[in-house]
Design a protein around this ligand. Structure first.
Ligand code: GRF
Length: 203
């Protein structure tokens, strides 16, 4: 049974896709053992609680400095003893000590086809604003392992989405979530659950 901790900051639609994927069997042999958010008001925490999943907030506001927050975050994660950490709309930079503690055990969903529109400052709607500004005809989403860079770790899965003439950042974000993020994040977790981390060979 793959023990998964999901880190969230917002609405939790990617978390919901994982919950639903486990419930309907698209994700094999996996249990979400905990959900952690840096934002006490994140609806993602409510989604977790509605599914009976342990949901906690570790907020930087509750700590005197960043180092103390990072220590508390890592302690919370360790407490769940995860095999895999999933960053699902988590807007916190993962501290190096956490990446070192979980090498090739942290994955992230990014709402573009990396290496386009990624890196520092590219998150949420900003990603789709940049894609529309550049005039790309195809965008999509990427699941990648997290290393000490920003959106720079090994790519696991990608899925493309067409950009429509009349798209706004909001309409494009929604379609990328529906047609790409909510599809490839459960797929990535299912493959890790069935094949393990190191045997990963994207088909
Ligand atoms: C969305 O912008 C999504 O593209 C990105 O994180 C944000 C929040 O997603 N992955 P969620 O609804 O909280 O999963």
């Amino acid at each position: 049974m793959l023990r998964v901790v999901v880190c969230v900051s917002g609405g939790g639609t990617n978390l919901q896709a994982i919950i639903d994927g486990i419930a309907d069997g698209r994700i094999a042999d996996t249990r979400i053992v905990g959900v952690i958010s840096n934002n006490a008001g994140a609806f993602a925490l409510e989604r977790a609680r509605r599914s009976g999943i342990d949901a906690v907030c570790v907020s930087p506001r509750d700590y005197e400095d960043r180092a103390a927050f990072h220590g508390a975050l890592l302690e919370r994660v360790n407490g769940f003893a995860p095999d895999l950490i999933v960053l699902a709309g988590f807007l916190v930079t993962i501290p190096p000590e956490m990446i070192r503690a979980y090498p090739n055990r942290i994955i992230n969903i990014h709402p573009s086809l990396i290496p386009s529109f990624c890196g520092v400052g590219y998150y949420g709607l900003k990603v789709h604003e940049a894609a529309l500004k550049r005039g790309v005809k195809v965008t999509g989403a990427t699941v990648h392992y997290v290393d000490e860079g920003t959106d720079t770790g090994p790519i696991l899965l990608q899925k493309s989405v067409e950009v429509h003439e009349d798209d706004t950042p909001k309409t494009l974000q929604r379609r990328v979530m529906e047609e790409a993020e909510w599809v490839i994040l459960p797929q990535a977790i299912d493959r890790i659950a069935r094949k393990g981390h190191m045997e990963w060979n994207p088909e």
